[in-house]
Design a protein around this ligand. Structure first.
Ligand code: CAA
Ligand code: FAD
Length: 383
């Protein structure tokens, strides 16, 4: 068992931490308040290679391992979770999906643009009536010979308004159930693609979440990802890795709130001494540190399993389930440690508390993670 990070992994973590504190932090409250998309910040993330970290250098990516990716997301998420989710979707859903399931022509056409951040991509699975119950796709992709005719509505799409390419999951053969589902690569300037209004959200407010409507969109056959009918399996396999990214985001949120709470507790005095010297506060910090360390082990282990080419579905689900719960509980504690100051925007912890909630919902709710874990363990897949 090895618990140390390589020189390269440490350098990635340091670069992400520096970027988060120096570039993301100054404007994060303003962007959150006004739901302003971080255009310039995303451009700089692309310049630093954070938009296609694991993609092969052959296609313009960083060729890094999943541990490096997780470390970067963790640091970005200590500060700005709109930026970290934008990066997470592009890296672990869109780029990963095309690199591992796309044809050579699809990679040539799209992957380089996405990995370098010239384009941002979106992953379109959820629908108004199909979120957790993802096999029940209402969006249809009817086979018209040389193309599919795409019709339907996708909900809550991250990068919805800014993306140039959508990975759209749609039903082509209802009789075949989930084995009739395809994933199609849809360019957003094609006729029939319509973007709804930006959602006004509790957290990750400057990220770009939209409903997308597809009306008679003609998608060439060569834009189907993988074999006919493989779209649902593709979505599940891709999400298994994506969930490690969201677990890293949750870990970063918890870590960011913890760091702010420690600094504040050492500085703020009450009853003649720093509040950190009151045992009630010190014990809260001890519990936070312990839970964050436990979450870190789960998240890094899931990433390590992925790097080793071993099965990581259940490990990723466990990491997301646990880290998101740690993020939620301990951002609430961090606000408590800050007292009244924790309730105002200037101190950053209230934003982290609002951001924490989404990590228990997207890329599969906590209940969905429990379904994945329990099915695995009852089948005997675990340990
Ligand atoms: N790898 C490969 N195949 C998988 C798989 C995996 N990890 N998980 C399931 N499958 C396959 C199954 O083997 C099955 O195929 P076969 O019948 O051919 O064997 C098929 O998928 C259907 O599986 P289930 O019968 O288990 O399906 P289910 O209806 O019971 O649902 C579920 C399972 C886990 C609840 C699934 O529907 C699910 O994950 N739902 C949540 C959806 C989700 O995570 N959405 C996230 C949207 S993206 C997002 O949110 C991005 C963002 O916010 C930033
Ligand atoms: P539902 O599935 O209706 O669930 C409602 C409640 O019922 C939840 O608590 C759920 O856990 C519970 N529940 C449902 N079924 C079961 C069950 N079998 N057992 C126990 N409990 C159950 N989707 C995308 O495709 N792409 C994106 O980029 C994307 N980005 C998002 C960004 C934001 C900000 C948000 C809010 C959502 C995003 N989503 C995206 C959608 C997200 O993945 C879904 O919201 C999520 O999967 C839950 O689906 P739902 O909202 O329909 O809730």
């Amino acid at each position: 068992m090895e618990f140390t990070l390589s020189e390269e992994q440490l350098a990635v973590r340091e670069a992400a931490a520096d970027f988060a504190q120096r570039v993301l932090k100054p404007g994060v409250i303003e962007r959150d308040t006004h739901m302003t998309y971080p255009t310039e910040e995303v451009r700089q993330m692309a310049e630093l290679g954070f938009m296609g970290m694991m993609v092969s250098p052959e296609y313009g990516g960083g060729g890094m391992d999943s541990i490096s990716y997780v470390l970067a997301l963790e640091e970005l998420s200590k500060v700005d979770n709109s930026c970290s989710v934008i990066a997470s979707v592009n890296n672990s859903l869109v780029c990963y999906g095309i690199e591992h399931y796309g044809s050579e022509a699809q990679k040539e056409k799209y992957l380089r643009k996405l990995a370098t951040g010239e384009w941002v991509g979106a992953f379109c699975l959820s629908e108004p009536e199909a979120g957790s119950d993802a096999t029940h796709q209402r969006t249809t992709a009817v086979d018209m010979g040389d193309h599919y005719l795409l019709n339907g509505t996708k909900n809550w799409i991250t990068n919805g308004g800014t993306s140039r390419l959508h990975l759209v999951i749609a039903q082509s053969n209802p009789e075949a159930g989930h084995r009739g589902i395809n994933c199609l690569l849809v360019e957003t300037d094609w006729e029939g693609v319509q973007v709804g209004a930006k959602e006004d959200k509790l957290g990750i407010r400057s990220s770009d979440t939209h409903t997308i409507m597809y009306t008679d969109v003609k998608v060439p056959k060569e834009n189907r990802l993988g074999e006919e009918g493989s779209g649902f399996k593709f979505a599940m396999q891709t999400l298994a890795g994506g969930r490690i990214g969201i677990a890293a985001q949750a870990l970063g949120i918890a870590g960011g709130a913890y760091e702010l709470a420690v600094a504040y507790a050492k500085e703020r005095e009450a009853f003649g001494k720093p509040i950190a010297d009151h045992q009630a506060i010190a014990f809260k910090l001890a519990q936070m540190a312990t839970d964050i360390e436990a979450a870190k082990m789960l998240v890094y282990r899931a990433a390590w399993l992925k790097d080793m080419g071993m099965d990581y579905s259940q490990a990723g689900a466990m990491a997301k389930l646990f880290a998101s719960s740690v993020a939620m509980r301990h951002t609430v504690e961090a606000v408590q440690i800050h007292g009244g100051y924790g309730f105002v925007k200037e101190y950053h912890v209230e934003r982290l508390m609002r951001d924490a909630k989404i990590t228990q919902i997207y890329e599969g709710t906590s209940e969905v993670q429990q379904i994945v874990i329990s099915r695995g363990l009852l089948k005997g897949d675990l340990y």
